[in-house]
Design a protein around this ligand. Structure first.
Ligand SMILES: NC(=O)c1ccc[n+]([C@@H]2O[C@H](COP(=O)([O-])OP(=O)(O)OC[C@H]3O[C@@H](n4cnc5c(N)ncnc54)[C@H](O)[C@@H]3O)[C@@H](O)[C@H]2O)c1
Length: 348
């Protein structure tokens, strides 16, 4: 196993701070540098963790003591920053969405493959014990044949949230979308992770309550490649954050995952639901609690990524996996724009 992994964080905003705190609790990794053009924010985060500050990612990836970078910047910046990091021979750990276009996602994947470095995408909701249990139960046919899968994200985001840090959220250029590309993407990722690829979809989007360029509300109808149907609803215009819901209905049962925990569990009568999890599933979700605070999921995923990098394995949620939710969301946007059904995989 390699020595301690030196981590550099690019972006010292909300989620950069979450990563810095999470890295501090990961064995085998230490934060060595933070890059952010906002000197006060960058220095504050770096100083709090005994790390160095840089004004830009190019200086950070040039450091010999940085082995891997975490991209915690506005989403539209991830692709160029990932390509620069890969060019400097550093592993890339990017926040979701990995990119806001498929050409960018492919550029990141190619750059990392070409440089022989890893590309991991943060989707911490895949690391809750109940989400993995639901996936394994569906695979094992505990609910019969899936016929419906719904992803429901009814949240509130304030005008201050959209205005913060230069107002990048809700813009086409830097957020790449709104309620779906930024907020609902975790639940959309889980839906396709558990039920498999979507073959076609129809959708509509609207901007109902915020002065932003992109959608604050969206709804889509899906047909999965398996033949099952489904829906996606996402909004940041609700009165508060209602618990996120993922519903799976099968010919012989049903399950509901609410805010990461199973609140509905009705497998087919007589189904054996013990021992669904593999040893790896147990290790990846070790320590999960339904009421855990923000940042714990990030730490679990980072722990798995660091362990994989130190032993030369591919880390969980590689780039080609992270690309799937982006492809699905972009297809929803195209369906909403054209009013037509969109077939997947996307022709590019
Ligand atoms: N996994 C999750 O649950 C989760 C939660 C929130 C945000 N995110 C993702 O994390 C990313 C950042 O979101 P946030 O809410 O932390 O945003 P934020 O605005 O709070 O922070 C972004 C930071 O990036 C900095 N920045 C801007 N341009 C930069 C550049 N060229 N180089 C270096 N730093 C630069 C900004 O100054 C700011 O400090 C987004 O991709 C978002 O989708 C993920």
């Amino acid at each position: 196993m390699a020595a301690q992994l030196g981590i550099g964080i690019v972006g010292a905003g909300v989620i950069g701070a979450v990563h810095a705190a999470a890295v501090a609790g990961v064995d085998g990794a230490r934060l060595v540098a933070v890059a952010d053009p906002r000197e006060d924010a960058g220095r504050r985060l770096a100083d709090a963790h005994g790390a160095a500050w840089h004004a830009d990612d190019a200086a950070l990836v040039a450091r010999p003591d940085v082995d891997a970078v975490i991209l915690a910047t506005p989403s539209g910046l991830h692709a160029d920053q990932a390509v620069r990091a890969a060019g400097a021979g550093k592993h890339v750990i990017t926040e979701k969405p990995m990119a806001i276009g498929l050409a960018d996602a492919d550029r990141m994947i190619a750059a990392c493959e070409g440089a022989g470095v890893a590309l991991a995408v943060i989707f911490q909701t895949r690391f809750t014990r109940d989400a993995v249990r639901l996936k394994r139960a569906v695979e094992a046919g505990l609910f019969g044949r899936p016929v419906i899968g719904n992803a429901v994200v009814h949240w509130r985001r304030t005008d201050d949230y959209y205005a913060a840090n230069g107002g990048w959220r809700g813009t086409r250029a830097l957020d790449g979308g709104g309620a779906l590309m930024n907020q609902s993407i975790h639940t959309i990722d889980l839906l396709q992770w558990i039920l498999g690829p979507v073959a076609r979809l129809a959708a509509d989007t609207a901007t109902l309550d915020h002065a932003i360029e992109t959608e604050d509300t969206a709804a889509a109808v899906l047909r999965f490649a398996s033949g099952a149907l489904g829906t996606i609803q996402g909004t940041t215009a609700a009165d508060r954050d209602w618990p996120v819901r993922l519903e799976i209905v099968g010919t012989e049962g049903r399950a509901v995952l609410q805010h990461g925990a199973l609140t509905g569990w009705e497998p087919r009568p007589g189904a054996v639901d013990a021992d669904l999890l593999t040893a790896e599933d147990r290790a990846l979700t070790d320590g999960w609690r339904a009421d855990e605070p923000m940042g714990t999921g990030h730490q679990r995923q980072l722990r798995a990524i660091v362990a994989a990098l130190r032993s030369g394995q591919e880390p969980p949620v590689p780039g080609r996996e992270g690309r799937k939710a982006v492809e699905l969301i972009l297809a929803i946007y195209r369906a909403a724009e054209t009013g037509a059904w969109v077939e997947l995989p996307a022709a590019r």
